[in-house]
Design a protein around this ligand. Structure first.
Ligand SMILES: *[C@@H]1O[C@H](CO)[C@@H](O)[C@H](O)[C@H]1NC(C)=O
Ligand SMILES: *[C@@H]1O[C@H](CO)[C@@H](O)[C@H](O)[C@H]1NC(C)=O
Ligand SMILES: *[C@@H]1O[C@H](CO)[C@@H](O)[C@H](O)[C@H]1NC(C)=O
Ligand SMILES: *[C@@H]1O[C@H](CO)[C@@H](O)[C@H](O)[C@H]1NC(C)=O
Ligand SMILES: *[C@@H]1O[C@H](CO)[C@@H](O)[C@H](O)[C@H]1NC(C)=O
Length: 672
């Protein structure tokens, strides 16, 4: 076999050289040039007159489509009498290409829209106007943002941003601000601002100078033009009936490239503070064009990833993984063909030459993604000596670090805490066995394990890095995940658990922070507790652990539907324990009250209540009554009737697991 390997390597090299030659003529990275254009127009926003609007406009937070006015309204006036401290967004549902990453050139775009700010007629300003209730909300912003499901904060944040310090959150906004917030550098309560990744405007324009008063109740019109090549912006403002002002409100050089991502969502956000105002957008035109280069696959990234996985080929790391993947597939096919033909050849030629000795020294190619053992120095340099800056999160079991391998691949590194490792009864050898077992389990909804490291009493697991992080951040943060995504996440997580259980394994750490989101917001289960292998002696424990998984999954569903943690000390006294609260709502048949209100009116309450029922079913006291994860996935697919829930939750009879400290009892100690 060794001489075969040598030949194989040679052939591989030859193969990659020819790939290289094939692309050399086309230049380094860029291929033919094309223009990517996007154009859309909303003459009105009536969901009745034009039902397509419902599909093309995504409403987030407190926002609605008014059939009466044919307009987008922020905040959602149908929600209730109190319109204070609300924020909402209305976005075009599909991403728009706003930056060419190869040349770092922003797209050129032009957009115009007509809008109006109205007083909230249900509010009568009290007395002398010094009261905290009154007219004059925060304003409207034309935004370009990286995602289509988060909303910024209300008040001066205009629903555009929140106060979390996240340097990587890219956003551009043109604000029509009607509230004077000196702390954010506002000149007055009637101005336009250009916001680049910050709520403090990079430029402000006094609208009064143009003879326009945004709050006067008339319809206004704005046109924003941007030339991406020249990096130049023009803003025109006008009022209904009048032409746009001849003089631009703003005209100047502006480099947006730093604040844009290749694909972003465009639309409007608005907010109210302790003063209210209704922001209407009546019509909207948008067109953009950006240059793009069709990229040719490069041979080098293939070499870097396949032949020399441990070399310091950092230069290749920034390439998109997909092109590397295609080459990988090609090479694998090539290798198979070569192996087949070599076997054929070998039948004819038995030739054991001295080559064998040579080959022994040549390392066999290691597939890039195969889980392997890491040395502590590899881990240490990947995480920059477990630097504070790289900490992604931590819990009672240990700390997660972000790391970068020498080949440029990002990983998430879990370092178990000494307290956890030294706890009574933890068998480290067994733990390593289990880590080894999970590293061989593959499922699209399970985070791949890249490797492990055991060093002087330390145990470290290396996972693939998922850039969008844990679900808890999205669910309990400032944004609002829409229902459709939440349902998808519940289904994804159920698939993963069901798969693990089928393999006679258990997750044992099922919680919102263990559910990670990939770039497409698919849910991927990670941060396994200890996974139990199904050896004879462990059978019983595995069964118990699976029952615990089901219980925890039930709590997980309830948390996702309610948009809050199981234990929320800030909740009203009788709602602190979500599980308890949900069962009581079930008893009085008012489950709709427990659904996350922030999702607004465009959600499917029937689906949410069904999910809640499944969640409750999973949290029955006695594990016997609970469905298996397999049944849960079936129930979630929405076409099977749900077994009837008991009218009230039966009392806790036995604490059924002492190993996890988990008691399913009604009155027992909280889980987390
Ligand atoms: C793309 O658009 C620019 C400006 O609109 C134009 O000059 C250029 O020729 C276009 N390129 C292609 C390939 O159509
Ligand atoms: C959008 O474009 C149409 C057609 O060019 C035009 O009639 C309309 O006034 C535009 N709307 C706005 C808000 O600029
Ligand atoms: C509300 O309005 C009052 C005066 O109108 C102001 O002093 C106060 O800071 C505002 N904000 C809050 C949160 O009360
Ligand atoms: C804005 O413009 C108006 C009218 O020109 C002027 O009275 C006011 O002082 C200006 N405000 C600021 C902050 O410059
Ligand atoms: C809205 O209310 C403010 C303050 O009460 C007032 O100054 C303004 O004129 C009102 N606007 C309209 C259109 O009624």
């Amino acid at each position: 076999m060794p001489p075969l390997c040598f030949l194989l390597l040679l052939l591989l090299l030859l193969g990659s050289v020819s790939v290289h030659a094939g692309s050399a003529g086309k230049g380094s990275l860029s291929g033919p040039e094309i223009n990517v254009t996007k154009r859309f127009s909303f003459p009105g926003f009536s969901p009745v007159g034009d039902p397509g609007v419902l599909h093309e406009v995504k409403l987030l937070g407190s926002a609605m489509l008014s059939a009466e006015l044919g307009a987008v309204q922020i905040p959602d006036v149908s929600e209730g009498a109190d319109l204070r401290h609300l924020a909402g967004r209305a976005l075009y549902s599909f991403p728009v290409r706003l930056l060419d990453p190869v040349t770092n050139t922003p797209a050129s775009f032009e957009t115009s829209f007509s809008f109006q700010f109205k007083n909230d007629s249900s509010v009568v300003p009290e007395g002398d106007g010094s009261s905290t209730v009154g007219h004059g909300g925060s304003g409207l912003t034309f935004i370009m943002v990286p995602d289509e499901f988060t909303v910024g904060r209300s008040g001066p944040w205009l629903g555009m941003l929140n106060d979390a310090c996240d340097q990587r959150y890219k956003a551009v906004g043109i604000e029509f601000d009607t509230r004077h917030n000196p702390q954010f550098g506002d000149p007055n309560d009637n101005h336009i601002g250009i916001n680049l990744g910050s709520i403090v405007s990079a430029k402000t324009i006094n609208a009064s100078d143009l003879g326009i008063y945004l709050k006067d109740g008339f319809r206004h019109q704005a046109r924003i033009r941007y030339d991406g090549e020249k990096r130049w912006m023009d803003i025109h403002l006008g009022s209904l009936g009048k032409e746009l002002t001849l003089e631009p409100a703003f005209s100047g050089a502006l480099d947006l490239s730093e604040f844009l991502e290749e694909y972003m969502f465009v639309g409007f956000s608005a907010s109210t503070g302790n003063l209210t105002q209704i922001h209407n957008v009546f019509s909207w035109n948008f067109t953009s064009t950006s240059r793009a280069f069709l990229r040719m696959p490069s041979a080098e990234s293939c070499e870097g990833k396949i032949i020399l996985p441990s070399s310091t080929a950092t230069g290749f790391a920034k390439r998109r993984p997909t092109s590397g993947f295609f080459i990988f597939v090609t090479v694998v096919v090539l290798i198979l063909v070569v192996i087949a033909s070599l076997f054929y050849l070998r039948k004819h030629k038995e030739n054991k030459s001295s080559k064998a000795i040579l080959v022994e020294k040549i390392k066999r190619p290691i597939p890039p993604n195969k889980p392997r053992q890491f040395t502590i120095s590899e881990i240490s340099s990947a995480t920059r000596c477990f630097s504070e800056d790289e900490v992604l999160g931590s819990d009672s079991r240990g700390t997660f670090y972000r790391g970068k391998l020498p080949n440029g691949r990002q990983v998430a590194v879990k370092r178990f805490s000494p307290e956890f490792l030294n706890a009574n009864g933890l068998d480290k050898r067994q733990m390593m066995k289990e880590i080894n077992a999970i590293s061989h389990v593959r499922h699209p909804n399970l985070v791949p394990v890249r490797g492990w490291c055991r060093h002087k009493g330390e145990i470290i697991v290396v996972y693939e890095f998922l850039p969008n992080g844990g679900l808890d951040k999205w669910l309990f943060g400032a944004g609002v995940l829409p229902w459709t995504r939440r349902l998808k996440i519940i289904k994804d997580a159920a698939e993963a658990l069901s798969f693990l259980h089928l393999k006679k394994l258990a997750h044992k750490n099922m919680r919102t922070s263990s559910v990670l989101l990939d770039l497409t917001f698919r849910a991927v289960l990670g941060d396994f507790g200890l996974v139990l292998s199904g050896s004879e002696s462990k059978r019983f424990e595995a069964a118990v652990s699976q029952a615990v998984d089901v219980f925890e999954f039930g709590v997980f569903i309830l948390e996702v539907v309610a948009g809050r943690k199981r234990l929320d000390p800030d909740a009203p006294q009788n709602q602190i324990d979500l599980l308890d609260f949900m069962w009581r709502m079930h008893e009085v048949d008012e489950k709709a009250k427990a659904i996350d209100r922030r999702m607004g009116s465009f959600m499917n309450a029937e689906q949410a209540i069904r999910a809640m029922d499944i969640g409750l079913l999973c949290t029955l006291n006695e594990s016997k009554g609970r469905p298996s994860m397999d049944q849960v996935t079936e129930l979630l697919s929405m076409d099977v009737p749900i077994p009837e829930l008991p009218l009230s939750r039966p009392m806790c009879l036995f604490p059924y697991s002492s190993t996890t400290g988990l008691c399913a009892g009604y009155s027992c100690a909280p889980l987390r």
